[in-house]
Design a binder for this molecule. Structure first.
Ligand code: SF4
Ligand code: SF4
Length: 339
């Protein structure tokens, strides 16, 4: 691994830096976004009876087929509202506008393949707040084609045209053969003026997989480079990297909703079908019940976005019922009271 202290930040692809310019307009947009985010945190602290994040899957179809992914198909048609690839949805901009019209923050996770200057401008106009692109490797291989080599041009377009915040997520684990690629990807993201995070690819059930020595070294180095993004969640991430269970309260089904392409609410991408209730029938009472329901998969869970959302309430409201998603009696009638 190269010595990060003595070498300038450069990409192995030899592309000259095209760092994102923070114009006065972009600074204004960022300041307004930060204010709205502070408001949403204040509202979450004030009441536990409403969701904080809804993860909407507008289409399950994807143009790629990453081997570790269990969230896509190649046949589904888009549904009116609602992972596949959201940029394949013809009315994505309307979905973003609808989200913004409710006062919510609109974020999108994409593989980036369909980004072009005019598409980015349309996302600006629709009011997108955040975009995350996961890049798995430097060169495409049989595991993943979400590669820096393919996507670097798209990143440069984003640096030039995007008014929204951009985060580049690199990964280790999950059969990615060159963990060192994550370091190259993170360095390139920072060089272009984006934020960068690193994740551990979960297994097919979203559960824990300890890092090997090479993966661990890269993980530590990327986290050192991108320290700001991790400071609050170090403990959770640290345990995952070590293959150790976490002691936390999963508030999925309450603070976090996974709404699939058929409008069905699940706990998360790895517990699809539980509780499996249509969004139109998802009442405040269900939100309140799930808030207080312990999920048996929590100790070995690696779904960091749910952990981050749940962190808001980590200091209050111990859970009083428990459930084993996928286990016997997973419906509300099968809840087990905790003593
Ligand atoms: S990880 Fe993303 S890009 Fe890859 S197949 Fe799944 S949905 Fe598509
Ligand atoms: S603990 Fe929560 S987020 Fe993690 S797999 Fe279980 S239901 Fe999903």
């Amino acid at each position: 691994m190269p010595n990060q202290n003595s070498t300038p930040v450069t990409t192995t692809l030899g592309t000259p830096p095209a760092r994102r310019r923070m114009t006065a307009r972009r600074r204004r947009i960022a300041a307004a976004r930060n204010l709205r985010e502070l408001g949403s945190i204040a509202s979450a602290l004030a009441s536990t009876s409403h969701p904080y994040m809804a993860h909407i899957v507008p289409i399950r179809r994807c143009n790629l087929a990453c081997t570790y992914c269990n969230e896509f198909d190649d046949v589904s048609t888009p549904t009116p509202i609602s992972g596949g690839e959201p940029l394949l949805h013809p009315e994505l901009d309307d979905v973003i506008r609808a989200i913004r019209s409710t006062g919510a923050i609109a974020g999108m996770i994409t593989n980036g393949y369909f980004l072009m200057p005019d598409r980015i401008e349309r996302l600006n106009k629709a009011g997108l707040d955040h975009m995350q692109i996961s890049i798995d490797n430097v060169m495409p291989d049989e595991v993943s084609k979400k590669s820096l080599k393919v996507l670097d041009k798209k990143l440069q377009m984003l640096a030039e045209y995007a008014d929204f915040h951009v985060n580049i997520n690199s990964v280790v684990g999950g059969g990615i053969p060159n963990p060192e690629d994550a370091l190259t990807i993170s360095k390139r993201a920072l060089e272009l003026g984006f934020s960068s995070t690193i994740g551990i690819i979960h297994d097919g059930s979203g559960q824990l997989k300890p890092l090997n020595e090479r993966e661990r070294a890269v993980w530590d180095e990327v986290r050192r480079l991108t320290r700001r993004s991790y400071s609050r969640f170090n403990h959770f991430q640290e345990a995952i990297a070590n293959g150790q269970p976490n002691d936390w309260r999963c508030r999925a089904g309450s603070r976090y909703l996974y709404v699939d392409e058929n409008g069905i609410v699940s706990y998360c991408s790895q517990q699809r079908g539980y509780p499996g209730i249509p969004i139109a029938e998802y009442t405040k009472e269900i939100v309140e019940r799930e808030f207080l329901t312990e999920k048996s998969c929590a100790p070995n869970c690696t779904i960091s976005c749910v952990h981050q959302v749940s962190y808001i309430d980590h200091w209050r409201a111990p859970q009083t019922s428990s459930i084993t998603p996928g286990g016997a009696g997973h419906g509300s009638e099968g809840l087990v009271q905790l003593h």
